[in-house]
Design a protein around this ligand. Structure first.
Ligand SMILES: NC(=O)c1ccc[n+]([C@@H]2O[C@H](COP(=O)([O-])OP(=O)(O)OC[C@H]3O[C@@H](n4cnc5c(N)ncnc54)[C@H](O)[C@@H]3O)[C@@H](O)[C@H]2O)c1
Ligand SMILES: [Zn+2]
Length: 352
C-alpha cells in the first residue's frame, strides 16, 4: 500500500493499493471512528461493490445506509443533490455523520458537495472506482453538480477526510472509460513528467496501476498544496481542457470527457508548435502516444463551432483567458492570451 499525505485546509491521506476496498471499513474506522455512515453510489457501481462495502462496515460496527442514484453525468444535478440532502435528513444523520462516496467522478463530485453543505459540512471519504477518479477527481476537494447552463456550475472546495484507491476495481470498468482515465494520465505526463511519459510509452499501464496512480496523485497533491483554490499553478491540470470542454459540448457529450481532453491536448499542442512554443517532435510524440492508447486527436466539429463552444464555456467574448501551452513533453506554461486570438489558435490547432 502507498500512502500520500495532503496538507490542505484539511489534512488527509490518500491510500493506494490492490485489494484496499476489502479493508476500507477498518481504514475508515481508524481515520474517522465509527460515525453513522451513508454510502453514496451510482446503480452500476453499487451493484458491483456496494453491498459488500455495506456488510464490511456493519461488521466493523458502523450503522450504514445506502443512497443509490442512476449512473451518468446527467444525474449529477440539483435534483439528485436535493434527494440526497433529504435522504440524509430523513435518516437522522447528524453533524457527526459520514458520507462514503463509492464510484467515479460523478459520484465523488455529487457526494462531496452534499457532504460540504449538509448541516454546514459533514465528513466524507472518497473511494474512487474509475481511473479518472483515482488520478484526478477524488483528490483536491473540488465538489460540484451541473446546472442546465453548464458543467460544475454550482459547488465548492471541500476536502475529503481520506481517499481509498483500489486499482482492482478497475477490472470491471469498461475499456472506453479506462482509456479516458489514460488521457488524464497522459495529461500529467505532458504538463510535468517526462519520465512518466516514457514509462507510458514502453510499459503496459495495467501492470503498474498502483505506481502510475501514485505518481499522478503526488503531482496533483503538490499543485493542490501550492494552490488549493485554483487561482494559479493548479490551472496546469487544465491542459487539454480549454479546447476539450469545447469539443465535448460540440458533440453534445457523445464524445467522452477523456476523448475530448485527448483532442484538446492535440489541438493545443499543434497550435503551440505553429506559434513556436514547441517543436514538431513534441506534436508527433503526443499524437503517437494518444494513438497507442486508442485516443482520438482530431474532432469532427468545425472551427467555428469549437470557437463558439469555448467562448461560451469561458463565458467571455473579450478580455483575456489563460491557457496551458506545452513547451516540450514534461513542461508546460500558463499563457494569458486575448480572447480575440482564439480563432487563430483553433485554426492552427488543425481540428479535423
Ligand atoms: N472534482 C474534480 O477535481 C474533478 C476532476 C475531473 C473530473 N471531475 C468530474 O468527474 C466526472 C467524470 O468522472 P468519471 O469519468 O469517473 O465518470 P462516472 O463517475 O460517470 O463513471 C463513468 C461510468 O463508469 C461506471 N463505473 C464507475 N466505476 C466502475 C467500475 N469500477 N466498474 C464498472 N463500471 C464503473 C459508472 O457507473 C459510470 O457509468 C465528471 O462529472 C467531471 O466533471 C471532477
Ligand atoms: Zn479532465
Amino acid at each position: 500500500m502507498r500512502k500520500i499525505h495532503v496538507k490542505a485546509s484539511r489534512e488527509y491521506d490518500i491510500l493506494i493499493g490492490n485489494g484496499l476496498l476489502k479493508k476500507a471499513a477498518s481504514l475508515i474506522a481508524d481515520a474517522c471512528g465509527r460515525p453513522e455512515t451513508v454510502i453514496v453510489s451510482d446503480d452500476t457501481v453499487y451493484g458491483l461493490y456496494g453491498e459488500d462495502l455495506k456488510k464490511d462496515l456493519e461488521a466493523e460496527g458502523f450503522a450504514v445506509k445506502s443512497f443509490v442514484f442512476p449512473h451518468g453525468e446527467r444525474n449529477k444535478n440539483l435534483e439528485t443533490y436535493g434527494e440526497l440532502q433529504e435522504f440524509l435528513s430523513e435518516n437522522g444523520i447528524t453533524r457527526n455523520g459520514l458520507i462514503a462516496a463509492l464510484g467515479g467522478g460523478v459520484t465523488g463530485d455529487l457526494a462531496g458537495f452534499a457532504a460540504a453543505t449538509y448541516q454546514r459540512g459533514i465528513r466524507f471519504v472518497q473511494i474512487p472506482t474509475t481511473l479518472l477518479a483515482d488520478v484526478d477527481s477524488s483528490v483536491g476537494g473540488k465538489t460540484a453538480v451541473d446546472l442546465k447552463s453548464g458543467k460544475n456550475q454550482t459547488g465548492c472546495f471541500y476536502q475529503p477526510s481520506m481517499v481509498i484507491c483500489d486499482p482492482e476495481t478497475l477490472k470491471t470498468l469498461p475499456e472506453e472509460e479506462f482509456l479516458c482515465g489514460c488521457a488524464e494520465v497522459i495529461k500529467y505526463a505532458v504538463y510535468g513528467n517526462r519520465e512518466l511519459f516514457d514509462f507510458l510509452k514502453t510499459e503496459e499501464i495495467r501492470d503498474h496501476l498502483e505506481e502510475v496512480i501514485a505518481v499522478c496523485v503526488t503531482m496533483k497533491r503538490d499543485l493542490v498544496e501550492a494552490d488549493e483554490f485554483d487561482t494559479g499553478k493548479r490551472m496546469m491540470l487544465n491542459f487539454g481542457h480549454t479546447f476539450g470542454h469545447g469539443v465535448e459540448s460540440c458533440s453534445d457529450f457523445s464524445i467522452l470527457h477523456g476523448q475530448a481532453v485527448a483532442i484538446g491536448m492535440a489541438v493545443m499542442t499543434r497550435a503551440a508548435c505553429a506559434k513556436g512554443y514547441c517543436t514538431e517532435e513534441t506534436v508527433t510524440m503526443l499524437e503517437e502516444i494518444l494513438k497507442q492508447y486508442g485516443l482520438p486527436d482530431r474532432a469532427s466539429c468545425s472551427k467555428e463551432e469549437l470557437l463558439q463552444a469555448v467562448l461560451k464555456d469561458k463565458k467571455r467574448k473579450s478580455g483575456t483567458m489563460r491557457i496551458v501551452v506545452p513547451r516540450r513533453i514534461g513542461s508546460c506554461m500558463i499563457e494569458e492570451i486575448p480572447a480575440e486570438a482564439l480563432p487563430e489558435w483553433i485554426a492552427e490547432g488543425g481540428l479535423i
